[in-house]
Design a protein around this ligand. Structure first.
Ligand code: UT7
Length: 324
């Protein structure tokens, strides 16, 4: 029987401070009505000044770890998807490893912006299936508030902070989609589209982190088309139809993108996990946070078939079919 990477446990962390659309109305020339209509966001969490991405990642990772019933020595590796590391190096992953007292094993960060969690999940799955690791803690963590230009109303109303975590464990399972675990992953990038969403700074160019710059309307068009393509690819590869999917767990960028993707798939919105209204866009953290929230409140149950999908700067995009 083949090895499958099954979800052992999930965890999440959101900073205490909540920033509402009404708060933003006092900061930039915007309205609650505009933000709600164009993005579906009503509020988001923002980290404290002294709270770093690693702090968020450690809290989410600890929650997943405690829910797993495992010992630190049971974990072989840590992969963190982030675009906002505390430092240029070392990685956020090694800070998580040290904080959770996980013994020496692989630990590194993955940078694929909003698609980062799907890239990190695919990386962990490959390590597990080839037998190089048994259990990997995969985290998506972001402090996007530190790279947002708080005077730019076109971006500051969208992005937010948080972290989500999943521990994957290798287990033998049936060679069909009845088995728990990751069934397929599909990753893409098209670097020719990198100027649609970027930071106007970086370590080797400006020696700063820079701020997010986005051509929102253009990114929106690509998002709807790429996400629909990549979820269809996951369905085709596994010989299933959309009605067999229990939950679509999409990257939470914009409710209109979620609705358009669901419509293209013929899925009703009550099969889509939606957190963008109260989380905002937390980039690599959004999928594991959404998944954790829906698992914790009982919507997602063990055995449910989940379709994960994301799209972000690069442009990068990807999907994964997972039986929870
Ligand atoms: O997570 C990574 C992937 N990212 C995404 O998927 C984001 C994709 N893009 C989007 O979600 C949407 O394009 C946005 C939410 C960013 C923007 O919505 P939109 O309907 O595409 O609006 P727009 O950019 O076309 O702007 C429409 C108008 C503009 O005014 P004019 O030129 O029509 O006079 C903007 O200046 O809205 C104006 N505007 C605002 N007005 C009030 C832009 N930002 C704001 C704001 N408040 N915060």
């Amino acid at each position: 029987m083949p090895i499958k990477s099954i979800v052992k446990s999930t965890g999440g962390y959101l900073p205490e401070k909540i920033l509402t659309n009404q708060d933003l109305e006092k900061m930039v020339d915007t309205t609650d009505e505009w933000i709600t209509q164009r993005s579906g966001i009503k509020s988001r969490h923002i980290a404290a000044d002294d709270q770093t991405t690693a702090d968020l990642a450690i809290s989410a990772g600890r929650a997943a770890f405690e829910a797993s019933g495992l010992a630190p020595s049971d974990i072989d590796g840590v992969i963190v998807a982030t675009t906002t590391p505390d430092q240029t190096f070392p990685s956020v992953a090694v800070k998580v490893q040290a904080a959770l007292e996980i013994p020496a094993g692989l630990a590194f960060d993955v940078q694929a912006v909003c698609s980062g969690f799907v890239y990190a999940l695919a990386t962990a799955d490959n390590f597990i299936r080839c037998g190089q690791a048994r259990r990997i803690l995969v985290i998506g963590a972001e402090k996007l508030s530190s790279i947002v230009d708080w005077n730019d109303r076109t971006t500051c109303v969208l992005f937010a902070d948080g972290a989500g975590a999943i521990i994957f464990e290798g287990q033998e399972g049936a060679d069909d989609i009845s088995a728990r675990g990751i069934h397929s992953t599909h990753l893409y990038a098209d670097g020719r589209l990198r100027d649609l969403l970027y930071t106007n700074g970086g370590t080797s160019s400006t020696r700063t982190a820079g701020h997010i710059v986005m051509q929102g309307r253009e990114v929106f068009k690509y998002a709807v088309s790429f996400m629909a393509d990549v979820v269809n690819e996951a369905l085709e590869e596994n010989n299933i139809t959309a009605d067999q999917v229990d939950w679509l767990v999409p990257h939470q960028a914009n409710i209109r993108i979620l609705e358009a993707t669901a419509k293209k798939l013929g899925l009703s919105m009550d099969k889509v996990v939606m957190t963008v209204d109260h989380h905002g866009n937390t980039s690599a953290a959004s999928i594991p946070l959404a998944l954790h929230e829906a698992a914790a409140d009982g919507r997602i149950k063990q055995g449910d078939l989940l379709l994960l999908e994301a799209m972000g700067g690069g442009l990068t995009w990807g999907s994964a079919l997972v039986r929870f």
